[in-house]
Design a binder for this molecule. Structure first.
Ligand SMILES: Cc1ncc(COP(=O)(O)O)c(C=O)c1O
Length: 506
């Protein structure tokens, strides 16, 4: 078992654990080490019946009031439990007699994954806090999930489309795997006007995160990969799962065989490409989650030149492009030469509050080739047809409504609302004498607490103000010393959070 560490990262999507689902039975006490036995009972905590085989773990609890903690949970949960300040002493199978294993060996790559559950860890701490302060009014500025209703012009289009499915004339089954023709055209015209992106190069999907995984399937296990540090974890975790990385190293808090490109204030949130090693693939996110930094034209020009010189492919994530307020590029294809070295993934999630509706897209230019002169787009088309049967028709109807002139105005007014929140957050943290990044071209504010550890800052803010943020180290070692504050939230909650921060931290 691994030692707990601060380098824990979230796994995949930014989401809360399923409501009402507890992940373990937890007990505690002064029980002596070695006396735990192979049984478990009610006195060690609330009993819970699991339908699958369970194990009992005995932990030494390094921080909390009990010296020992006992947890009972399904074997399959071992990698999901946040062991942040617990040290495992013993592990017992609690119902070995009922285990009937198959002969299937677990995917070795999944064995490598750290228990990357930043958000469940945050949620567990929030629950603990709520137990301690049952009357506290918690404000959640952690998870990057949209909060404001989808404009009616969009939902009425989806509702109308859905009602049509109940009629003889309106019913439709499978659509084109690559997406509705009109939507592909609308995406090309709205987001890539004048950039040479053709409708046929746009693949509509159920979201950027799913596309990242499909791209990994396309790339396979033998490519080498670079990521920004800190980063949105889907790139790295999917690299681990597909087999592109080595083991996680506790000393560095990094996976082996991944090039971590540090992006912090010291380098204007852009990697030093003169020292970066060549990799086949470069995942690059701008505007960036979590730092909120949008790469400038000069920076992206350097990135494209670097990729072209090295014969690399950039996977460019522009999920927050509509949040850009200055003249930073909104697409990698604004940079000359990018069509020969870049794929772009993007999403309606943060554009239109579609985090639950699910709609995104990927652009694969037909000028992008493998070393053997095969066009990458051919393989991506094959992957999409084999592993995905097309986005929901209803979601696509919503996407088309977003890209109508009135629909776009309506969704952008919600984007502006979040950006006003970001401004309020920036003003607040700045007035407290802190250095703040992001929040100008992205709905994330990245606050620097020099000399402090991210998790300590997270805990202090939670204890003193009942506000949940995200520790920057959860996004990679490069995020240590910072917290991410999300501007997704109702205005009155943001104002209340700022008032609390001012009264407590000033
Ligand atoms: C940078 C980035 N890319 C992709 C996603 C996932 O987008 P989707 O909801 O379309 O899967 C997120 C979600 O938070 C994100 O922050």
């Amino acid at each position: 078992m691994e030692e707990p560490s601060d380098g824990r990262r979230m796994g995949g999507a930014e989401r809360r654990p399923a409501e009402g689902r507890s992940i373990a039975t937890v007990g505690g006490g002064e029980k002596k080490e070695g006396n735990a036995g192979g049984e478990y009972g009610g006195r060690w905590g609330r009993r819970r019946r699991w339908s699958s085989p369970t194990v009992l773990l005995v932990f030494k609890n390094t921080k909390r009031k009990f010296r020992y903690t006992y947890m009972i949970f399904p074997v399959s949960y071992i990698n999901k439990i946040p062991f942040y300040d617990l040290q495992i002493i013993k592990m017992f199978k609690t119902c070995a007699a009922t285990i009937r294993c198959t002969k299937v060996v677990r995917n070795v790559n999944l064995e490598k994954l750290r228990h990357n559950y930043l958000f469940p860890e945050i949620e567990a701490r929030a629950l603990e806090h709520m137990k301690k302060y049952p009357d506290a009014d918690i404000i959640r500025l952690g998870i990057g999930d949209t909060t404001e209703p989808i404009p009616d012009i969009i939902t009425s289009n989806m509702a109308e489309y859905a009602r049509g499915l109940s009629t003889r004339t309106g019913y439709k089954g499978y659509g084109a795997e690559q997406g509705n023709k009109d939507l592909r055209k609308a995406i090309a015209e709205s987001f890539y006007k004048g950039l040479g992106v053709k409708d046929a190069e746009v693949f509509v999907s159920d979201g950027a995160q799913c596309d990242i995984s499909r791209l990994q399937l396309l790339l396979g296990s033998s490519v080498s990969v670079a990521v920004q540090d800190p980063n949105f974890p889907a790139y790295m975790d999917s690299s681990v799962i597909i087999g592109q990385t080595g083991d996680f190293l506790d000393e560095t808090l990094k996976y082996k065989n991944i090039e971590y490109m540090t992006c912090g204030p010291q380098n204007n949130f852009f990697p030093d490409l003169s020292t970066a090693s060549r990799t086949d693939i470069i995942f690059f996110c701008s505007p960036n989650n979590p730092t909120g930094h949008a790469a400038s034209r000069e920076q992206l020009t350097q990135l494209v030149e670097f990729a072209r010189k090295n014969g690399s492919i950039i996977v460019y994530d522009s999920a927050y492009s509509v949040y850009i307020t200055d003249d930073s590029p909104r697409s990698i294809y604004e940079i000359p030469g990018a069509r020969e070295c870049a794929i772009e993934v993007s999403s309606f999630s943060k554009i239109a509050g579609f985090t639950g509706v699910r709609l995104g897209w990927t652009v694969v230019p037909d000028e992008l080739y493998y070393a053997n002169k095969v066009p990458v787009i051919n393989d991506y088309d094959r992957i999409v047809c084999t592993c995905f049967n097309g986005a929901s028709r209803i979601a696509q109807a919503g996407g088309l409504a977003c890209l109508s002139s009135d629909g776009f105005k309506a969704v952008m007014s919600v984007v502006d609302y979040y950006m006003e929140n970001a401004k309020i957050l920036i003003e607040t943290f700045s007035s407290l004498g802190l250095v703040v990044y992001g929040g100008v071209n992205a709905p994330y504010v990245w606050v620097h607490f020099p000399g402090s550890r991210s998790w300590d800052v997270f805990s202090e803010i939670l204890t003193k103000t009942h506000i949940i943020t995200v520790p920057g180290s959860g996004f990679g070692p490069g995020g240590e010393g910072c917290i991410r504050v999300s501007a997704f939230g109702q205005r009155e909650r943001i104002l209340e959070a700022c008032a609390r921060l001012r009264s407590v931290l000033l």
